[in-house]
Design a protein around this ligand. Sequence first.
Ligand code: MG
Length: 161
Amino acid sequence: MTNLRIGHGYDVHRLTEGRKLILGGVEIPWERGLLGHSDADVLVHAVMDALTGASCLGDIGKLFPDTDPAYAGISSLKLLAEVGRLLAERGFSVVNIDAALLAQAPKIAPHKARMAENIAMALGIESERVNVKATTEEGLGFTGDGSGMAAHAVVLLERLR
Ligand code: MG
């Protein structure tokens, strides 16, 4: 039996005024930010759900309930580091992560490399194992009209023991 495990994560957050926009742990100057219990980092949430999926840890809602005041306003990179710790404890190592952010605006390209570095650093892996990309949805749907942002991520894990 192979020791490889694949996982997929998907997340959506609403855009609202009066919130910071944090994506991949990068604070991007913008007129609105994502609404959520934590810092609402939709990209990191999708990555965490892919990791918990591949390792059969369930999902981030189970690990970090949004009813728990301990997670109010918390940096999602901290939660990601905790997911990384749980994976290591179970003998999993990250082969690679590919994440896609769906956002109409602002321009994400200048920040992608730092987002990948932040994700890699939180997990203690080489940044060449993490790819972050972004696309608009051509003005269509809830990302296109600026109501929110979405993210997908796929990961491959290897079980070492
Ligand atoms: Mg979320």
